[in-house]
Ligand binder design. Structure first.
Ligand code: ADP
Ligand code: MG
Length: 408
């Protein structure tokens, strides 16, 4: 299901020994007690880093981490550099800043195979403004650009776009290539039926995706807090469930569209997407691990209760859809899975996704975290490293961090 990739990659360029490459990676990882709490994103960048080092490249790696507005030791890339050194079994130098004389001198001194990690790009105010001066300074650190930060490719920042524009060679890394190929393949010609599972908190964030999949998918399974906007639109009681007011109108429109399509004969252009909502709900009397918990028979949530998970009948119904899927895309947990009493629905659906016979693709930070927590991350075909970026790509938007790269 992979589409031919439209951009040049590191396979297309000559990396002669000592060629200095500025590589934008996605090292935006969670930190804990001065170390890296989850290194999946660092591991995801290894194929590119290894390939370039094996060919003698001298690497200047850069990334943002968190959302600092100024230099702050709490968001230093130093713990990431230490973990990277362990993973590649070679020294990694940590620069003291993003740019500046000292950083330039360190970059100049790199030998073939050496790795230098710049400080957190968001320590520079110019980063998120795609500032020309910062872009110039970054571009001067290498004589070629490699974009491998898929998770940041939807942002036109100095390190993702400005620097790349200024370099005579700008190509994709292997992670970015794989992410874009898999996600675009999902849209191009998916093996059918295409079953899409959407959950999480906000309909308004994901309505463009719902619309898009109503055009393309065969079934759209909706869980998570998002389901309650649909239930409100249908006139069900929602109690204290998280209902997003502007989401209700969007949900109503989506339901009306699915209903219209259901009555239309199937054609090559219309997949006649069905929307499946939960059949039963698990409620709590508050949003807390220790909440009183009730398995509701149906979806009407009583006064004083809030829906926090999908029930067993729903897991069964969703699993049946997934069993026959040719392609699965899942984004957004089915409930407040961070709290064990309300995790069963997400776990059940995650297992069904993992067991699904077709190609399985998962996008979204929390959905990915859920898969890791349930030990199922290795059982899907593709777990995207980019939450927002994967959604924007599937919505049909062009990602600036991809567009800026040289065409194949
Ligand atoms: P993703 O990061 O995978 O795109 P989202 O960020 O949209 O997912 O949503 C994840 C959040 O939604 C989780 O923190 C989860 O607790 C919350 N959530 C899911 N279902 C419910 C619910 N019924 N009530 C309240 N919060 C929910
Ligand atoms: Mg999230």
């Amino acid at each position: 299901m992979s589409e031919p990739f439209r951009k040049q990659t590191i396979r297309d360029i000559d990396v002669h020994p000592g060629r200095r490459l500025l590589v934008r990676v996605d090292f935006n990882v969670p930190l804990k007690n001065g170390g890296v709490a989850d290194d999946s994103r660092i591991r995801a960048a290894l194929p590119t880093i290894r390939s370039l080092r094996e060919r003698g490249g001298a690497l200047v790696l850069c990334s943002h981490l968190g959302r600092p507005k100024a230099p702050d030791p709490a968001t230093s890339l130093a713990p990431v550099s230490a973990r990277l050194a362990d993973l590649i079994g070679a020294p990694v130098q940590q620069a003291p800043a993003v740019v500046g004389d000292e950083v330039s001198a360190m970059a100049q001194a790199l030998e073939p195979g050496n790795v230098l990690v710049l400080e957190n790009t968001r320590w520079e105010a110019g980063e998120t403004k795609n500032d020309p001066q910062l872009s110039d300074q970054l571009a001067a650190l290498g004589d070629g650009f490699v974009g491998d930060a898929f998770g940041s490719a939807h942002r036109a920042h100095a390190s993702t776009v400005g620097a790349a524009e200024r370099m005579h060679v700008a190509v994709a890394g292997l992670l970015l290539e794989r992410e874009v190929s898999v996600l675009e393949g999902l849209l191009e010609d998916p093996a059918r039926p295409l079953v899409v599972v959407l959950g999480g908190a906000k309909v308004s964030d994901k309505i463009a995706l719902i619309d898009r999949f109503l055009d393309m998918a065969d079934a759209l399974l909706i869980g998570g807090a998002m389901a309650f906007s649909f239930f409100r639109a249908e006139g069900h009681a929602t109690g204290n469930s998280l209902v997003e007011e502007e989401g209700v109108e969007l949900a109503r429109k989506a339901l009306a569209r699915a209903e219209r399509e259901r009555r239309r004969p199937v054609t090559a252009e219309s997949a006649n997407c069905r929307i499946l909502l939960p059949l039963d709900i698990v409620a709590g009397d508050r949003f807390a691990e220790a909440a009183d918990r009730r398995e509701l028979d149906g979806v009407d949530v009583p006064e004083g209760w809030m829906g926090l998970d999908i029930g067993r009948q729903t897991v069964e119904a969703f699993s049946r859809e997934l069993e026959g899927a040719g392609t699965v895309f899942w984004n957004g947990p089915m409930g407040a899975f961070e709290m064990e009493p309300f995790a069963a629905g997400t776990r059940g659906v995650a297992e069904a996704v993992a067991d699904a016979p077709g190609t399985t693709v998962v996008g979204g930070g929390d959905s990915g975290a859920a898969l890791h927590e349930f030990g199922l991350a290795d059982r899907v075909d593709h777990l995207s490293t980019g939450g927002g970026a994967s959604l924007e790509l599937l919505e049909g938007k062009r990602l600036p961090g991809v567009e800026v790269l040289d065409d194949a």
